[in-house]
Write a protein that binds this ligand. Structure first.
Ligand SMILES: O=c1ccn([C@@H]2O[C@H](COP(=O)(O)O)[C@@H](O)[C@H]2O)c(=O)[nH]1
Length: 273
């Protein structure tokens, strides 16, 4: 099944546009995981089990694993999610971008090593840096467009031929790069006006929308700006607000994560119509 088909099915099956981010920061995990050599894997596995029926996607952020040399645990997490929740898309947030030969290795890493359904990439190096990902014709390519951080404006807002650069990226991906029909864009929830602009440019193309929760993006404004005519079309990511929903990394972290995920899913759904 293609990434886009799997995503559409997950939106419907779980009645959810919530993407649960897996950004395991060792210092914030309950003590028993910190003393466990497989602690990152075991923590993420409990989060996945607690939220799988509430999510339309899982998004591990590779930096949290690579920084600790814990790629093996990321492989285990991806294998676990694929085996137990094969209907939920797995998005590797790696923001890759390089010349074609190197990009092919990044694509192998995301799609073959981790078995991801989709990977985030930077558009900065242009079409030949993205083409290699299309050799995996059923997998998704999620291109950075208007990121959630304030500094994203430094380049993404540059005026090019009368339009901000991020709008050129949106148009380029929608009109030229989406040959396999498996492309999506990253647009931050912290910029609802730009989210609406991107939606107007790309039609029903899915948007990965980080920036609610810990980054403070407004859920109502996000959904109203980014939804498609059918009230769908987004993977609205929340990582830290779900992972660390208990104060002081309490042992009830999984039930707290579930509660926050459910509240977030419902808050999103309240504005889809
Ligand atoms: O524009 C972007 C692109 C990616 N991210 C990533 O999403 C999550 C956000 O985590 P929160 O804890 O919900 O803030 C994280 O993995 C970022 O690397 C983003 O925030 N903005």
């Amino acid at each position: 099944m293609t990434f886009i088909n799997k995503l559409s099915a997950a939106w419907t099956a779980n009645d959810s546009l919530l993407c649960v981010g897996l950004d395991p920061d060792m210092a914030k995990l309950p003590a028993r995981f910190q003393s466990d050599p497989q602690g990152i894997y075991h923590f993420c596995r409990e989060i996945i089990d607690a939220t799988a029926d509430l999510a339309c996607a899982f998004k591990p952020q590779i930096a949290y694993f690579a920084a600790l040399g814990a790629e093996g645990q990321l492989e285990q997490i991806c294998a676990y999610a694929r085996e137990h929740y094969p209907h939920i898309p797995l998005i590797l947030d790696a923001k890759r971008g390089d010349i074609g030969a190197t990009a092919r290795q990044y694509a192998r890493e995301a799609y073959d090593r981790y078995g991801a359904d989709a990977v985030t990439v930077s558009p900065y190096m242009g079409s030949d840096s993205v083409e290699p990902y299309m050799e995996w014709s059923d997998r998704g390519i999620i291109v950075l467009c208007r990121t959630s951080n304030a500094g994203g404006s430094d380049l993404q807002f540059l005026n090019v031929d009368g339009k901000p650069l991020y709008q050129h990226v949106a148009r380029l991906v929608a009109e030229k790069w989406n040959g396999n029909g498996q492309c999506a864009l990253v647009v931050g929830a912290t910029f609802p006006e730009e989210l609406a602009q991107v939606r107007a440019i790309v039609g029903d193309m899915p948007l990965l929308v980080p920036g609610i929760g810990a980054q403070g993006g407004d859920i109502a404004a996000t959904v109203k700006s980014g939804r498609t005519a059918a009230g769908s079309g987004m993977m609205i990511n929340s990582s830290r607000a779900i992972l660390y929903a208990t104060p002081q990394a309490g042992e009830d972290f999984a039930s707290a994560a579930r509660r926050v995920a459910e509240e977030t899913r419902d808050a999103i759904n309240a504005h889809r119509a």
